[in-house]
Design a protein around this ligand. Structure first.
Ligand SMILES: [Zn+2]
Ligand SMILES: [Zn+2]
Length: 316
């Protein structure tokens, strides 16, 4: 198991850490299985009982999670064979991304408010919301506080998700536990467009040339993200053909999810050339890496200190 907790060295010139992480975690089944695993589910039959998932999808996703080193497979009895899937350190460290997704869905997707439990920070004992903070100075951070540049392995092409599992199974939409997050993560163009918006691109032509995407695709994605309430088009009085797409408050609130995904990606996937993005926290002038603070007591939140108010996350 030792080697599983070492970062993966990526091939030179291929997808960077962000592309790899999006390729893996942009699949809703993978995320749901991992979430169950972090809540203590270990057996194949228990995953099957807890998720509306088919045998073939569960088998393929578990196999991906083992191959990618997020779960370890232990056979603890031979006759009959009994095996367990346990999260590795790499798998466990996804908790902060899941917490940020939970918080965003709960606060910005109306039908999720009632179905997702509150979380308690066991250090202060209070129901809390996670706040994005800087690992260097531990102060809370807003999107405008972080200066972001491409790193040595950074480019749009190399940050595009490499799909590790087949997406077009038709089952993806049925699960929809995190529908809006997956609408962004599960589509390479949507995730790139949100990233571009955070990097300061606003116009149709800017998205088109930066992402190297066909105009019809850019138009379709901008429309979907506008319908989702993540981007909003603003007309320019002087140039009627000039529409700027800006992140809404809901869109800006997605920033922690992206930053935590990036921090996880850079921790576990190393491109030989260096990181995908180089980020500096303006206030402390140190390298920015995302962590979460408790909005109640202000202390840093760690995975072991978070407890759902009900024993399990469930759908209804
Ligand atoms: Zn800082
Ligand atoms: Zn607290």
């Amino acid at each position: 198991m030792g080697t599983r907790d070492e970062p993966t060295v990526l091939p030179t010139g291929g997808p960077n850490a962000l592309g790899r992480a999006l390729g893996l975690l942009g699949d809703e089944w993978t995320v749901l299985i991992l979430q169950r695993a972090l809540l203590g589910t270990t057996r194949y039959t228990h995953f099957l009982d807890q998720l509306p998932i088919s045998n073939s999808v569960l088998t393929s996703r578990l196999s991906t999670l083992v191959t990618e080193g997020l779960l370890a497979h232990y056979v603890y009895q031979r006759n009959p064979i009994r095996a367990e899937y346990r999260p590795t350190e790499r798998g466990r460290s996804v908790w902060s991304i899941l917490l940020a997704i939970w918080d965003w869905e709960r606060n910005w997707v109306p039908r999720q408010k009632a179905s997702l439990p509150t979380m308690t920070h066991t250090v202060c004992g209070l129901p809390f919301r996670p706040l994005l903070a800087c690992s260097s100075c531990e102060k809370p951070v807003e999107p405008r506080d972080v200066d972001t540049q491409w790193g040595p392995s950074g480019s749009w092409a190399r940050s595009s998700p490499e799909a590790i599992t087949r997406r077009r199974s038709g089952r993806q939409a049925e699960a929809s536990f995190f529908p809006e997050t997956m609408a962004i993560f599960g589509n390479r163009w949507s995730s790139a467009m949100i990233g571009a918006a955070f990097l300061g691109l606003h116009r149709f032509s800017e998205f088109e040339s930066a992402l190297g995407a066909p105009p019809s695709l850019v138009a379709e994605r901008l429309q979907l993200l506008t319908e989702q309430g993540v981007l909003t088009p603003a007309r320019n009085d002087k140039r009627t053909d000039w529409v700027a797409y800006r992140l809404t408050e809901k869109g800006r609130a997605f920033f922690p999810v992206i930053m935590l995904l990036l921090a996880w990606a850079e921790r576990w996937y190393h491109a030989p050339e260096g990181p995908a993005l180089v980020q500096v926290h303006a206030e402390c002038q140190q390298e920015f890496r995302a962590i979460l603070n408790c909005d109640q007591c202000g202390h840093r939140v760690r995975g072991r200190d978070v407890q759902p108010s009900t024993a399990e996350l469930h759908r209804d």
